[in-house]
Design a protein around this ligand. Structure first.
Ligand code: ZN
Length: 134
């Protein structure tokens, strides 16, 4: 697959409202978009950092995977998202061919209108990995 950059870093937070002052007032980033991704039971806030972004992930329900993540590991870095230039579907097929376990079998819709798919952390040296394309 052809990866051009780190599209964003996903960070699990208990509350976007409580987390934003640190990112905006201390680090000086600007939050340009907040949206809820219903099927993932998360609310996301995006901040630009040069060529890449920070995605804050807040659970909208106790059975959200983000709620479970925070419960067991606390707030912190949740996933890394790479931008693929030759299609998420192709990348998934390549992973399949190389025996890399994926969470998604086909690309799905994510925040910001991206097509995304997750690779399983057990197959990616412990880092939950998201592949995305515009
Ligand atoms: Zn993400």
């Amino acid at each position: 697959m052809k990866i051009s950059k780190i599209e964003h870093l996903g960070i699990a937070v208990q509350s976007i409202e409580e987390a934003l002052p640190y990112y905006e007032q201390v680090l000086g980033f600007e939050c340009y978009n907040i949206e809820t991704v219903e099927d993932q039971k998360v609310r996301t806030a995006f901040l630009r950092v040069g060529e890449t972004k920070i995605e804050l992930l807040e659970p909208t329900s106790p059975d959200s995977t983000i709620a479970k993540f925070i419960e067991t590991r606390g707030q912190g870095i949740h996933h890394i998202a790479y931008k693929v230039e030759d299609g998420v579907a192709n990348a998934l097929a390549e992973c399949d061919g190389k025996g890399i376990r994926t969470i998604d079998k086909t690309p799905r819709g994510g925040a910001e209108g991206l097509h995304i798919a997750f690779l399983h952390p057990k197959a990616t040296q412990g880092v939950l990995t998201e592949l995305c394309e515009e």
